[in-house]
Design a protein around this ligand. Structure first.
Ligand code: GDD
Ligand code: MG
Length: 447
């Protein structure tokens, strides 16, 4: 692959958020064909470099009642050497869609010899194992894992960790183009190849989303939810840096990947808030606004890559109410963050009222958050998942855990609820401001 280095970067404490990177060539050949006269602003990544990363990656496909043809297409696009975890919340009755998925996947696995785990997030064995391993936050009043895409993704992240994977990437099951899926995974690997940190995240910005407008095909640049989410996330960054910015292009990136070390550190938000909350949680934890930043964290910084895909993105259209639900999910995580200034809160309320998502006088509802996964007892979890379908893929021992990134800020909303954060106000505490917040352009590649 040939990919441009990031042209700009915003630093928010220990978080380095790189500007959008474009891909110039999907396939730039093997290592031994490097010409030696590469342009310094374009990085050439060989087959071998990408392959080495992909084989340490699990690809998680969350699915709920999608067409089987779409799921199959997604699986066709995933490179053979990635471990595939399909985490389903599909209906069991009146039609057992989960079993239908299972049969389709069995055939596909026989044809491709792929390593594949298909599980239902309501499996009682799973919820029992989570409870035993000290992570019952995900369970509902029936003792099963709650509904929600995020809940499925969190469970699958733990399974990927037990399988010893160094990276975990997510691909929605309702993607129409197998070629786009293939591209996203190559771009995940490219981001990790460019990264200098064990704590990195790669988020895909779609090149375009095709739509039919007055019987013509129109390639819209931005999704309706993303425009709103990106706008408010950028305003939050600007508030602290003092410079207007449009660096955030991937507030709602369903297609994203993380190093396992980072995935185990983050708190998660429920449902469709999961992706915008990644940013918020990183800024709360490692932004230097609440709590203080040690030099160790600044040294072991977090890197966020945003890569623009070349394929158009086409997925199932799920209607207006769904868009409103996603906008509310994103904006409530920003609104209720201890780092959200009052003026931004007012703008969020205004936005939600103008869209009719909130009625006059309605408060912004609080979302649900799950604490980070480093508190899970992984060995207990592994022992509790010693039968089919889990055991065959979890037999390899996990990587010895990297030392956890020190906690800069209090971890997430829990602490807020306990009242430990105090008044965060509009102003950045002086001691955090100096080294932590910096807005700048850089010519230097991240590597
Ligand atoms: N396991 C599981 N459990 N999967 C689910 C659940 C659930 O409860 N609910 C939905 N899914 C699956 C869907 O089947 C689909 O594959 C994927 O999660 C995304 O859900 P969609 O309902 O298709 O969401 P979307 O297409 O509107 O939004 C996607 O893209 C956004 C960016 O535009 C999601 O990935 C969003 O999180 C993302 O922000
Ligand atoms: Mg979708």
């Amino acid at each position: 692959m040939r990919i441009e280095i990031p042209r700009e970067a915003e630093r928010f404490g220990a978080n380095h958020i790189y500007g959008l990177q474009k891909v110039y060539e999907f396939d730039s050949g093997p290592h031994h064909e490097a010409s030696g006269d590469e342009d310094s602003v374009i990085q050439r990544l060989s087959y071998e470099q990408l392959y080495e990363i992909e084989k340490e990656m699990a690809i998680v496909v969350p699915i709920r009642d999608e067409k089987l043809k779409l799921l199959e297409g997604v699986l066709f696009g995933i490179p053979h050497h990635c471990l595939v975890i399909v985490v389903s919340n599909s209906k069991r009755e009146p039609v057992d869609r989960f079993t239908m998925e299972h049969k389709a996947l069995e055939v596909l696995a026989r044809f491709t010899r792929k390593r594949l785990l298909h599980l239902h997030q309501k499996d009682p064995v799973l919820s029992d194992a989570l409870a035993r391993a000290g992570y019952d936050y995900l369970l509902d009043e029936d003792g099963l894992v709650r509904d929600g895409k995020a809940e499925g993704m969190i469970v699958a992240t733990l399974l990927a960790c037990l399988a010893g994977k160094r990276y975990v990437g997510f691909i929605d099951a309702d993607n129409y183009f197998p070629g786009a899926v293939h591209e996203y995974i190559k771009e995940y690997a490219a981001g990790f190849a460019l990264s200098n940190s064990d704590y990195s995240m790669v988020r895909i910005a779609w090149n375009s989303k095709p739509k039919i407008v007055r019987s013509h095909l129109y390639f819209a640049k931005w999704g309706r939810t993303s425009v709103v989410t990106n706008h408010f996330l950028n305003k939050l960054v600007s508030h602290y840096t003092g410079f207007g910015t449009e660096v955030i292009k991937t507030g709602n990136a369903g297609e994203h990947a993380m190093t396992m070390d980072l995935a185990l550190q983050l708190d998660y938000a429920t449902g469709y808030a999961i992706e915008p909350y990644h940013y918020i949680n990183l800024w709360e934890r490692y932004g230097g606004v609440v709590g203080s930043l040690s030099s160790d964290i600044i040294l072991r910084h977090v890197e966020i890559f945003q890569i623009e895909s070349r394929n158009p993105h086409l997925h199932e259209a799920k209607g207006e109410a769904h868009v409103d639900q996603m906008i509310l999910a994103a904006l409530q995580t920003i609104y209720h963050s201890p780092i959200c200034p009052e003026e931004l809160k007012r703008e969020i309320v205004q936005e939600l009222r103008e869209r009719g998502i909130l009625g006059p006088g309605d408060p912004v509802p609080e979302g649900t958050y799950y604490p980070s996964l480093h508190r899970v007892d992984l060995e207990t979890l592994r022992k509790a998942l010693c039968n089919e379908p889990y055991a065959p893929l979890l037999e390899r021992s996990s990587r010895p855990d990297a030392p956890p990134l020190p906690q800069a800020a209090p971890a997430g909303r829990e602490t807020l609820e306990n009242g430990h954060l105090g008044d965060t106000g509009d102003e950045l505490p002086e001691e955090a401001a100096a080294p932590a917040l910096e807005n700048g352009k850089t010519d230097a590649p991240p590597a």
